[in-house]
Ligand binder design. Structure first.
Ligand code: CTP
Length: 441
């Protein structure tokens, strides 16, 4: 019989006090209601791995939605319930979120002729999950707090650093699990187990992957791009023929691997320096994955990955802007060209595109210039606005944009660094620009 190891000491050592309080409150509430409550999934896995994870998933042997309501009442918070799935999210007043699911027994019926097997509902809940390492539960009711429920050898797999499915139909039921297997394997530096690898190859032979919808592929790709080392996952995908299974144009060529390697470096550099600026990693990496694809072919990819119209338009625009900027940057010479020129080349481009340009450029001085733009130039703003121009008696119209953009250039080049100088220059520009307009009429 299965023994339940108590890991309360590890739980207490490895979690912050606020999380322990939350677990205890959930366990106490379970006890009050007469239901067994478990922490499950990645949360438990990461306690054993010693990695901080504050995404708490609970499973209640009882009524998960009712539990969530009472929990929110008790701690202060609100509930979003999905009656169809008997799940709920508790959003606490301090912003923390707790997912609550219901362990349901009623879905599994056994023919009468079979001997009754003791199957607790938590076991059925865990059995539906992707990998053994994610199929752990932790009891949190008082008196049993910290008991580890491991039906499928998860602890052993964690010790042996193995990703293993729970049953042979796992990938047929859900082919996206193939990408999840790769993601966990690379993230934890585990190995996909032998039988599990055979099942993956089998699923690929059955072309289950080609039939997967673009939305689901893209969703998983996005998770991969949010990992510490997305390239490791992409290379594993290539090794297994998955890139080509998604679309033949996505084969990871050496050129792409090279740029993606630089992209990971540039991305990490950026994350470290500019914590406050969020970027969208997939926009960055999809640029690298699709490098070299001709303009008339690129829509095959955006359609395969089911981009929305808007995402597609923005992505194509981004590629065009990058191509354009690459040409212009070639002609820009430090010391000889104006900084305002560098600014005008880079300013229209979203930051993902700028980081891509940096990764693409082999020339050290171009990287340095882009870095200067990111660290300094992009933050510069003039101290004059449309209201000031109006107060000067300038008739509102397209001329505003022209004046303000020339003021920006002047300031970047160090010619009008104070508000006073900028106002004066605005007067002059107005005069020059309007007389110029009269000339051309
Ligand atoms: N799950 C699954 N099959 C999927 C997706 C999820 O069985 N295709 C299960 C897994 O058991 C997982 C749980 O649902 O533990 C929650 O999913 P998710 O939050 O994506 O997984 P985590 O393990 O928490 O992963 P991460 O550390 O990346 O958040």
């Amino acid at each position: 019989r299965r023994t339940e190891r108590n890991i309360a000491a590890q739980v207490k050592n490895r979690l912050p006090q606020a999380m322990l309080d939350l677990l205890k409150a959930a366990g106490d509430l379970g006890q009050e209601l007469g239901w067994e409550v478990y922490a499950v999934g990645g949360f438990v896995r990461d306690i054993l791995l010693g990695r901080p994870n504050l995404d708490l998933d609970l499973v209640v042997e009882g009524d998960g939605i009712l539990f969530a309501r009472k929990f929110a009442e008790k701690l202060g918070g609100r509930v979003k319930a999905h009656t169809k799935f008997k799940t709920a999210v508790v959003i606490l007043d301090d912003g923390r979120r707790v997912d609550v699911a219901t362990a349901r027994l009623e879905y599994y019926e056994y023919p009468a002729a079979l001997p009754t097997v003791e199957l607790s509902s938590i076991k059925m809940d865990l059995y539906r999950r992707d990998f053994t390492v994610n199929a752990l539960a932790l009891r949190i009711n008082p008196g049993r707090f910290g008991q580890l429920v491991d039906f499928f050898g998860a602890e052993r797999d964690i010790r042996n650093r193995t990703i293993r499915v729970l049953h042979s139909l796992s990938f047929v039921e859900d082919p996206t699990r193939i990408l999840r297997a790769i993601r966990f394997e690379r993230r934890f530096d585990f190995q996909i187990g032998g039988q599990t690898m055979r099942l993956i190859k089998n699923a690929l032979n059955l072309e289950l992957f080609s039939k997967l919808s673009g939305t689901r592929v893209m969703h998983e790709l996005q998770w991969i791009m949010n990992e510490e080392d997305p390239l490791a996952c992409l290379m594993r995908m290539e090794e297994l023929g998955i890139m080509e299974a998604i679309h033949p144009l996505l084969k990871l060529s050496r050129d792409r691997v090279q740029v993606l390697t630089e992209l990971v470096k540039v991305h990490n550099w950026y994350k470290l320096l500019y914590l406050e600026h969020e970027i969208t990693p997939w926009k960055l990496y999809v640029l690298g994955m699709t490098m070299g694809i001709k303009r008339d072919q690129i829509q095959k990819i955006t359609q395969r990955l089911h981009f929305t119209r808007r995402e597609e338009r923005e992505f194509l625009q981004l590629r065009d802007m990058i191509g354009d900027a690459l040409m212009k940057l070639m002609g820009w010479r430090e010391g000889r060209s104006k900084l305002s020129r560098l600014y005008s080349i880079l300013h229209p481009i979203p930051v993902e595109g700028i980081l891509f340009l940096m990764a693409r450029s082999r020339k050290e001085h171009i990287r340095r210039n882009i870095s200067q733009y990111l660290s300094r130039l992009r933050y510069l703003t003039i101290e004059v606005n449309g209201n000031d121009l109006e107060e000067m008696g300038i008739e509102p119209g397209p001329i505003y944009t022209r004046i303000l953009s020339r003021l920006t250039d002047a300031m970047i080049d160090g010619r009008a660094t104070t508000r006073k100088k900028q106002l004066k220059l605005a007067q002059k520009l107005h005069k020059d620009l309007s007389s110029h307009e009269e000339d051309s009429e």
